[in-house]
Design a protein around this ligand. Structure first.
Ligand code: FAD
Length: 461
């Protein structure tokens, strides 16, 4: 490592390279139960040239490299199990260009989604993807993140027009262009987005943004049962109502929201909804949705047009994971993240709910149900081996149930190390194609090794 630090120091400033114990510790973990592991050093590039230099040095000394945004991923993505260099992108946090006329923005990877939206607001624009944490756009692209508005606007893959990527050998490529559509060549945006730092380091992103809708209405609806709530969502989608957000939260989780956000929402299966559009169309959508929900037993419906009230409602929903973390000090969070075809959603959520009850571990069910994606969130005591084992078995059962119905083990959080055991079952022979792509782009396996695919036996943790 001494030689690596010396070689890095030929182009990076002293304060861009850290072997400080606290800094290493901060880069040894994510926000969940995954086993931690320390990087040897953390480097802070300021430019694409810095990243190229880091990759060239890493290649020369065969040192593993783990890209790092703000470390909010949930499956051990940023944990450097083979140690080496962690590249922290926090100093590459400039919004480089807002192309208002094209509805495009060019950013460095360390820009966070809240930072971007604060700037875009001045132009009457917004960026749609909103994971529950204030993640970086580099991290969000690397995990193909999505959020509450995905049902209307899509996931990260739908927003990225182009990326500048530094490959494992230090060379620099662009993955796309600025046009709204293209039939040119292989879909490299699609390949690199969701690659979790295993294929290259993103140093610039060009993203699609939208005009802030003329009118927005948020709503909260409660139901006697989880089944009623989920079936209401399915009916709303079938009716073709262009809903912008539809989030499910079970009774246990509403209780956590009330404690953390000082709200007094009825402790029942609840949908949080939002509609975007012009005033008259939106009133029709709202009335039609309300009617559908009442057909499914909705017993309380409350809508908000006022900006502050809407923000309060969505802040409460966004802070849900933190509400659990805050209430169960010393415990670690485990989240299932399956997505299923919409026709399988109600039964999948019911199945997960029943299995969760049997577990007798604190937790709840929530989800971006408009996309068929839901999470069982459980707070586990990592000192209690039996509890950890039961929690992992629960995760496995939920994944297996989803895969048997044509779903996926992860709708949005990604694979990291947590979802690696399910890759063969989900992808079959296609996993070998993915492994070959990794070998072609990173033949020495230095980019975030141990994640997504196993290249050698040492990758099998
Ligand atoms: C409370 C909470 C709620 C969440 N809710 C959601 C949600 O609703 N939807 C969702 O999708 N996720 C959610 N997440 C997960 C997480 O926020 C996302 O996965 C997010 O995209 C990670 O971004 P990050 O900046 O923290 O990246 P990190 O965690 O730092 O990194 C994530 C991955 O990206 C790679 N990476 C980072 N930067 C780069 C780069 N410049 N180039 C190449 N690779 C890079 C890393 O190596 C790693 O593999 C949630 C997390 C928390 C804690």
């Amino acid at each position: 490592m001494k030689q690596v630090i010396q070689a890095l120091g030929t182009k990076l400033a002293h304060d861009q390279i850290s072997d400080n114990d606290t800094v290493r510790e901060l880069h040894s973990k994510d926000e969940t139960y995954q086993q931690t592991s320390l990087p040897d050093i953390v480097v802070f590039p300021k430019s694409t040239e810095d990243v190229t230099h880091i990759m060239e040095v890493a290649q020369k000394y065969q040192t593993p490299v783990t890209p790092f945004g703000v470390g909010t991923s949930l499956e051990g993505h940023v944990i450097p199990y083979k140690n080496g260099i962690t590249i922290d992108f926090s100093l590459m946090n400039q919004i480089l260009e807002i192309k208002e006329g094209d509805l495009l923005v060019r950013v460095q990877p360390g820009v966070t989604r809240e930072q971007l939206n604060k700037e875009l607001k001045k132009y009457g624009l917004f960026f749609t993807v909103d994971p529950g944490a204030n993640a970086t756009l580099g991290g969000m692209a690397a995990t193909n993140a999505s959020g509450t508005t995905t049902v209307k606007y899509g996931v990260m893959r739908d927003q990225v027009r182009d990326m500048e990527v530094v490959l494992a050998d230090g060379s620099v490529i662009h993955t796309g262009n600025l046009a709204a559509k293209s039939a040119s060549g292989y879909h490299l945006n699609g390949l690199f987005i969701g690659s979790e730092g295993t294929l290259g380091c993103f140093t610039e992103l060009t993203l699609q943004v939208y005009g802030i809708p003329e009118h927005i209405v948020a709503a909260r609806a409660t139901f006697p049962s989880l089944t009623n709530a989920i079936e209401a969502v399915t009916s709303i989608l079938h009716a073709g109502i262009p809903i912008a957000r539809v989030e499910f939260v079970d009774g246990a989780s509403v209780e956590q929201i009330n404690k953390f956000s000082e709200t007094d929402y009825p402790v029942k299966p609840t949908l949080f909804l939002e509609f975007h559009g012009n005033e008259s169309g939106l009133q029709e959508d709202l009335a039609f949705s309300k009617e559908i929900m009442q057909d499914h037993g909705c017993d309380h419906f409350n809508s908000e047009t006022d900006n502050a009230a809407r923000n309060r409602l969505w802040d409460a929903r966004h802070n849900l994971a933190y509400a659990y973390i805050h209430d169960y000090v010393g415990k670690k969070m485990m989240l299932t993240d399956v997505a299923v075809p919409i026709s399988e959603l109600a039964n999948s959520v019911i199945y997960a709910g029943e299995e969760l009850k049997k577990l007798a571990i604190p937790g709840g069910i929530l989800g971006h149900v408009g996309d068929g994606n839901f999470h069982s969130l459980i707070m586990i005591d990592m000192e209690n081996e039996e509890e950890v084992k039961k929690a992992k078995q629960f995760n496995e059962k939920v994944v297996q149930y989803a895969l048997e119905r044509g779903g996926t083990c992860t709708g949005e959080h990604g694979i990291g190390v947590g979802k690696k055991p399910y890759q063969r079952a989900e992808h079959g022979a296609a996993l070998d194609v993915m492994t070959n792509i990794k070998k072609a782009l990173d033949p020495n396996n230095i980019l975030n090794p141990t994640k997504i695919v196993d290249i050698d036996n040492e990758d099998k943790l």
